[in-house]
Design a protein. Structure first.
Length: 429
């Protein structure tokens, strides 16, 4: 892992130097104000974190380093992990080193196989996935070495990188085992050192051997990797790691946040939503019928899954990337047709809904991803968020490696009570 370590170290030196300068010159400079509605409204739009892996521009979407989605969407997930950590794509030798490291660490400990098989069949795959990661926590080299004279604070990031590679290398095998053992009732398929991370996943799932299926999984694992620092799962993972809980604890915690319907579970809910539309309106509903369906959902107080975003104020470029894929490889899929009709109908309805209260009426990544997975034969939709999570752990790991490398402290914001708020506001009147 010498090359990767060297590159992360280089980046850490540059970012660390910038932080030193910023603190030296501006430690007490005010960079914004906090409105009461932000304090009471989920901290929306409140600048309160520094995360150097990626950035979300409300009007342009995700950037990793200086690369926008069209500039990195053709890469492999391994290359994206490199980019998140080191701020650059790996060259030939660096990629070869990473591939070798991943292969060398890919074997699941024996106890994990009996653990996976012993878990209750009715558990949600996200629960299984999170538990599997947690079950390997005792293997953390960060944990094993913490407090020993060999491990200094300046090395926390290296131990975390070591843990991250150990964890990431095993995740495709775990995810595929959950799908096959728990959702299909079949035997797992072996990991192949000849294949990369996403091709291995495609092979180990064993549902489809088309080239475009592994291409979809590659794209899927690239697009979901990171979305700056404030989304529920990444933020949770980082907070947990900031207490020096190792990356296994942190990744499991982040995934538990991803499992909520307002966050990662939305991809499962979106597929169920489309199936609900087809069950009621047939496989080729008209836009008028869909309009009536959506209005009825909203009148009954339900959110339209796959629409809206806390930061984005445009159609999610990840949605557009998947749409491009769908138009190329499966334009006639009935679900994709309905995704398109929803895209035509929903933004116009949401723009006027609740007096224009919906900050972003456009689709996010979850509005389309499940329809593509379903088309290629991943029909057990409770698995979709596991795929989101498998990719997002790349981001969790990179964020914690960098944050520890930059010596970021434990995260502990101040909370206040209604009384404190009322007293403070009264004093200002
Ligand atoms: N359908 C109906 N109402 C909505 C929607 C929607 N898709 N999006 C926002 N609203 C409502 C929201 O419930 C809120 O109403 P109220 O004040 O009565 O509680 C109001 O509009 C203002 O919310 P926003 O400020 O627009 O959104 P916020 O930043 O709070 O939340 C989401 C963002 C993504 C949680 C929200 O848009 C949502 O619930 N969307 C549907 C679920 C979804 O697609 N989640 C996936 C997000 C992406 N991901 O992968 O994590
Ligand atoms: C994500 O990818 O994490 C979602 O789009 C949610 C977010 O960014 O808040």
């Amino acid at each position: 892992m010498e090359l990767l370590k060297k590159n992360v170290n280089k980046r850490k030196e540059i970012l660390g130097g910038e932080i030193t300068d910023i603190l030296k010159n501006h430690a007490d400079t005010t960079i914004g104000e906090i409105k009461v509605k932000q304090l009471l409204g989920g901290m929306r739009g409140m600048t309160s974190l520094v995360c150097n892996t990626s950035f979300v521009d409300p009007y342009k979407g995700l950037f990793i380093s200086e690369y926008s989605i069209p500039e990195f969407e053709d890469r492999l997930p391994e290359e994206i992990f490199y980019l998140l950590c080191a701020g650059k794509f790996p060259d030939h030798d660096e990629m070869a080193e990473l591939r070798e490291e991943i292969n060398a660490r890919s074997k699941l400990p024996k106890f994990m196989w009996s653990f996976i098989r012993s878990l209750p069949k009715k558990m949600h795959p996200m629960t299984l996935f999170s538990m599997c990661i947690l079950a390997m926590e005792g293997r953390s080299v960060f944990k094993q070495n913490y407090g020993t004279p060999e491990m200094t604070k300046a090395q926390y990031w290296e131990y975390t990188l070591e843990d991250s590679l150990n964890l990431l290398s095993k995740l495709p095998t775990i995810a595929a085992a959950i799908y096959r053992i728990h959702l299909l009732g079949k035997q797992p398929i072996d990991y192949s050192p000849r294949l990369d991370w996403s091709n291995n996943l495609a092979q180990m799932l064993g549902v489809n051997s088309e080239r475009s299926f592994s291409e979809l999984l590659r794209l899927y694992l690239v697009l979901h990797c990171d979305h700056e620092g404030g989304n529920v799962s990444a933020f949770t993972s980082r907070v947990v790691n900031s207490a020096l809980s190792n990356i296994y604890y942190a990744a499991s915690a982040g995934l538990n946040g991803l499992a909520g319907p307002l966050h990662g579970l939305a991809n499962q809910v979106c597929l169920q939503f489309i199936q609900g539309i087809h069950a009621q309106l047939g496989d080729s509903p008209t836009t008028d019928d869909i309009t009536a369906y959506i209005n009825n959902e909203l009148e009954n107080g339900r959110v339209i899954p796959g629409y809206g975003h806390a930061v984005l104020r445009i159609t999610d470029p990840r949605f557009s990337a998947f749409m491009e894929f769908g138009n190329k490889y499966c334009p006639n899929s009935a679900y994709l047709q309905t995704v398109k009709k929803l895209y035509y109908v929903v933004p116009n309805i949401l723009k006027d809904y609740k007096g224009g209260k919906v900050a972003n009426p456009y689709p996010n990544v979850d509005a389309i991803s499940g329809s593509l997975l379903y088309h290629y034969g991943i029909k057990k939709y409770s698995f979709y968020t596991v795929l989101f999570g498998l990719s997002r752990v790349l981001g969790f790991c990179a964020q914690s490696v960098l944050a520890l490398g930059l010596n970021q402290p434990i995260i502990r914001p101040k909370s206040v009570t209604n009384k404190w708020l009322k007293d403070t506001l009264e004093k200002q009147e």
